[in-house]
Design a protein around this ligand. Structure first.
Ligand SMILES: Cc1cc2nc3c(=O)[nH]c(=O)nc-3n(C[C@H](O)[C@H](O)[C@H](O)COP(=O)(O)O)c2cc1C
Length: 357
């Protein structure tokens, strides 16, 4: 399959494995790239413990980049989260330096302004793909000189933007607004999603949750099983504050402000349902996190590690896509990508028959 995006990066298929903190490591990224897509190494890739050390965070990333290069000679990406000065920006800055030192071919830059890292990445010869969730975001990214943009709708797992735009409405508005290639994300898990994204004007797909349920994804089997068990109504987008540089008493000093309309999509399990019900349905992600208990009460003090790495879903919840209800197996990355590509033709034939009759 060929689009401007596959040409830009020299990849076979317009399928990008999305970044997912902690669970998108060198092995997964290399498997996707080897299968013809574009794999992405995410924040804290390959790690099972948290470190407050900025230098160590950079060296952990360096190790992953080198490992990925050993596993594939095809292009792959690293996700740099722009983040917030005084909160996580120091880590992001160091990771960016390491990425440039190691000559990563492609950067997927998310959660912040394209003005922060684009000039340095472009100067270093790195292809830059910026992630946004509104038309304003993609226009700003194009003006900043990025090579392509990803727009991800509210159906997606993880942070799903400030304005709850659906993929169906967001993608065509984004493609109308910019000249550079647009990649569609949010709720896309199969060939139907790929064809639909192309029909909307996108030149590729960005899939997170679907790649979580693959053999190579290092997340815990409990997480993969939770996705397999999901049905259409199993996820819920809840409020998630926007990170700010100051600490906030009300939210336990985590530096979040809840007034913003940001949201995060949870895969509902018994724990999440109980917390949401206890709050009368109006709950923020910060309140869900608080309900997992203090580090003293719950020794697995990092909730993401507890859930995604250790598979403890009794007192934790995970984030996942509305598309989870369409995921019924745990294939290899190659098996998944080959199947998606093979399934495109019958869809096009069906459309062609419908159109011409
Ligand atoms: C568990 C999980 C972790 C995520 N972590 C990140 C991250 O570290 N950086 C980022 O830019 N996006 C992150 N995302 C968002 C994904 O990159 C992507 O936008 C989303 O998964 C696309 O929607 P889909 O899940 O329907 O495929 C995460 C998503 C999930 C489900």
């Amino acid at each position: 399959m060929r689009t401007r995006f596959t040409e830009l990066l020299g990849i076979r298929y317009p399928i990008v494995q999305a970044s997912m903190a902690w669970i998108t490591d060198a092995v997964l990224a290399a498997a996707v790239s080897e299968a013809g897509g574009l794999g992405t190494i995410g924040p804290n890739a390959g790690c099972t413990t948290i470190t407050p050390d900025v230098g160590e965070t950079g060296e952990r990333l360096r190790e992953q980049i080198r490992k990925c290069k050993e596993l594939t000679d095809k292009p792959f990406a690293v996700n740099f989260v722009v983040g917030v000065v005084g909160w996580d920006r120091d880590y992001s800055d160091r990771c960016l330096e390491v990425g440039i030192e190691e000559g990563v071919p492609v950067a997927v830059v998310s959660q912040g302004s394209p003005l922060v890292y684009t000039p340095r990445l472009k100067e270093a010869g790195v292809k830059v793909i910026h992630v946004g969730s509104t038309v304003r975001h993609v226009q700003k990214a194009e003006d900043a000189g990025v090579d392509a943009v990803i727009v991800s709708g509210t159906e997606g797992g993880g942070h799903s933007g400030f304005d709850q735009m659906t993929t169906l409405c967001l993608v065509p508005q984004a493609t109308d607004a910019v000249k550079i290639p647009v990649i569609a994300g949010g709720g896309l898990v199969d060939a139907r999603g790929l064809v639909a994204a192309l029909a909307l004007g996108a030149e590729g797909v960005y899939m997170g949750t679907r790649f979580m349920a693959t053999e190579e994804c290092p997340t815990h089997p409990n997480v993969k099983q939770a996705i397999l068990d999901a049905m259409d109504t199993s996820t819920m987008a809840i409020r998630h504050g926007s990170p700010v540089s100051r600490k906030d008493e009300k939210t336990g000093g985590r530096g979040f402000v809840e007034e913003r309309r940001g949201s995060i999509r949870l895969l509902l399990n018994d724990f999440a349902r109980d917390v949401i019900a206890a709050q009368g349905g109006n709950v923020s992600f910060e309140e869900v996190i608080a309900a997992t208990g203090s580090p003293e009460e719950n020794p697995e003090s990092n909730r993401t590690i507890a859930a995604f790495v250790n598979g403890n879903l009794e007192r934790n919840t995970i984030t996942a896509s509305q598309g989870s209800g369409l995921i019924h197996d745990v294939p290899t990355c190659r098996g998944l990508i080959d199947r998606m590509i093979a399934d495109v033709k019958p869809i096009l034939e069906r459309l062609s028959t419908a159109y011409s009759s």
